[in-house]
Ligand binder design. Structure first.
Ligand code: MSP
Length: 511
């Protein structure tokens, strides 16, 4: 049977400096979901990349005496290295890739031909750091008489130049209606409401070119104009699939036009671009809408949102020195309800790792394997019993899959993992209640308890393989090279002919 497909994207990060743990958070979420979808049998493509044009990047390059191209080449290498060091695998798009530039220019021409773009003059405010146009009513006027960005606080500059505009206003009604009739499409609701209240009653046409910025993609027949970075950047999601007007690639068909699911992640500060402009560009191109556009909250520190310009960022390498990458990824994927801000605090990271991974799950695996190898040197045979505790634990294992998948399907990562650790806790409690260490002389009874623990560990490990695939490979090895798959969770006889390792240590306790 043909596999269903799922295309998952992150924002493409500005190639303007080092990435911090906020970016790591987004990429980890997308990657974890990709692993989950694969576990469910989907064929998955995960995309991330770098946004390499614009005034801010040109300024940064100049400050280092590099050409913009040299600068972004260097930065994108550091991005790729970081993702590799965190064992995050995906496909990568750069907005300086030839295939991307071609798509952006073709789309611009198409919009012009369709009469969706017209030339006028832009007069107003612009934030170079956010690469965002703002009206005076959207901006904050401070005591110094200058205008600032309402959420990032960056100083806005006054811009007056010739510009092409995209007729956003033509699509206002369509977008409002589409949002209304597709309640699961944009999330979370609070971000959708914010966008609705602030922009959707009176959607302004969007300036889509700059004349005073040269580092970017040129308008094909009017090269004084550079295409606005956001129009450029948003199109990465389809240029990466080799979209083309004439002959769209098989990849584009497979993952976009004829694909089953398209799930896009982004931070809430860029929800406006992804909830309004991106769907409108897609609509104007007659392309289907993604299944879900999901905004998430910020990682914050005691000094507010973590951001490069505030200088309060945490370098992912700082954490990598002390923690296994899968500990860090587990923390980010499991601890923040999607859509909420999350305070990052290293003490909490440590506490969560110790509690969940080491005391709960790690202990469960090592205790079980030790008890098994102390009393048996053969595989354990599962049998149904009339013991109430056995029946309860079998039931808990059987039900866990539905609970885990239901939460994951709703992108409630935190609840999905909480359910996993609740099963792990139940398994530990089952050990405490059945006291296998007192049953050394009753091997029949002991066998039935231990085989249930193995089945429980199998279920928990299968779920954890979405975020800790490398460590779960080790666990799989010690479970007799048993492969983790959802289909096998309910088969309690899977260990009948498979012998397990004598001992296993998951992680050492963190001090
Ligand atoms: N280049 C644009 C996005 C274009 S997408 C077509 C951009 N780049 S960025 O480098 O500023 O990255 C923004 C994204 O990084 C956020 O949307 C979010 O996914 C992630 N994060 C950056 N800082 C973050 C936090 N402090 N907390 C959580 N996520 C953060 O905007």
């Amino acid at each position: 049977m043909k596999k269903k497909t799922c295309y998952i994207t992150t924002p493409i990060y500005y190639a303007s400096g080092n990435l911090h743990i906020g970016h790591l958070y987004t990429t980890t979420l997308a990657w974890t979901l990709a692993n989950y979808k694969r576990l469910c049998g989907f064929e998955v493509k995960l995309l991330t990349g770098s946004d390499e044009h614009g005034q801010k990047i040109a300024q940064k390059a100049a400050a280092q005496n590099l050409s913009p191209q040299e600068f972004v080449d260097k930065i994108s290498q550091t991005f790729l290295k970081l993702w590799k060091d965190f064992d995050l695998e995906f496909e990568y798009i750069r907005t300086t890739d030839k295939k991307h530039i071609k798509v952006v220019q073709e789309v611009f021409d198409y919009f012009l031909e369709q009469g969706l773009i017209y030339k006028d003059k832009y007069e107003g405010l612009y934030s170079v750091s956010d690469e965002e146009f703002l009206t005076k009513t959207q901006a904050v006027l401070k005591e110094d008489g200058k205008y600032y960005h309402p959420s990032s606080n960056h100083l806005l500059e006054y811009v007056s130049e010739e510009s092409y505009f995209f007729k956003m206003s033509l699509f206002q009604e369509w977008l409002n209606e589409y949002i209304q009739t597709h309640p699961e499409w944009l999330a979370p609701e609070k971000s959708v409401n914010e966008i609705k209240n602030n922009f959707l009653n009176d959607l302004k046409d969007l300036s889509v070119t700059r004349t005073n910025v040269s580092w970017g993609i040129k308008v094909p027949n009017d090269t004084q104009h550079t295409i606005y970075v956001w129009l450029d950047a948003l199109l990465n999601y389809i240029s990466a699939l080799n979209f083309s007007f004439k002959n769209s690639s098989s990849e584009f068909k497979k993952y976009w036009s004829e694909g089953d699911e398209i799930i896009q992640f982004l931070g809430k500060e860029i929800a406006r671009f992804h909830f309004i402009y991106w769907p409108i560009f897609l609509k104007a191109l007659n392309l289907r809408m993604p299944t879900r556009i999901q905004s998430h909250g910020w990682l914050i520190t005691p000094t507010g949102k973590m951001s490069k310009s505030k200088g309060n960022t945490i370098d992912p390498y700082q954490l990598l020195e002390k923690y296994h990458p899968e500990m860090i990824k587990y923390f980010f994927a499991s601890q923040i309800p999607l859509g909420d801000d999350g305070v990052f605090d290293e003490e909490r990271l440590k506490a969560v790792i110790n509690a969940d991974l080491i005391n709960n799950y790690g202990n469960l695996v090592s205790r079980t394997l030790k008890m098994k190898s102390n009393s048996f040197n053969k595989p354990l045979q599962y049998q149904e019993t009339t013991n109430e505790l056995d029946k309860e634990i079998d039931q808990a294992i059987l039900l866990s899959e539905n609970t885990f998948c239901n939460y994951f399907d709703k992108l409630e990562f935190d609840k999905a993992f909480a359910a996993v650790f609740s099963l792990s806790t139940k398994l530990n409690k089952y050990i405490d209640e059945t006291k296998p260490w007192t049953l050394k002389d009753d091997l029949n009874r002991l066998e039935q308890i231990l085989v249930r623990l193995l089945n429980g560990i199998y279920a928990v490990s299968t779920y954890l393989s979405t975020v800790m695939p490398k460590k779960m490979e080790e666990v799989s090895h010690s479970l007799g090279n048993m492969e983790f798959s959802l289909k096998n969770i309910k088969n309690f006889s899977k260990f009948d002919n498979i012998d397990t390792a004598e001992a296993f240590i998951f992680f050492k306790r963190l001090k």
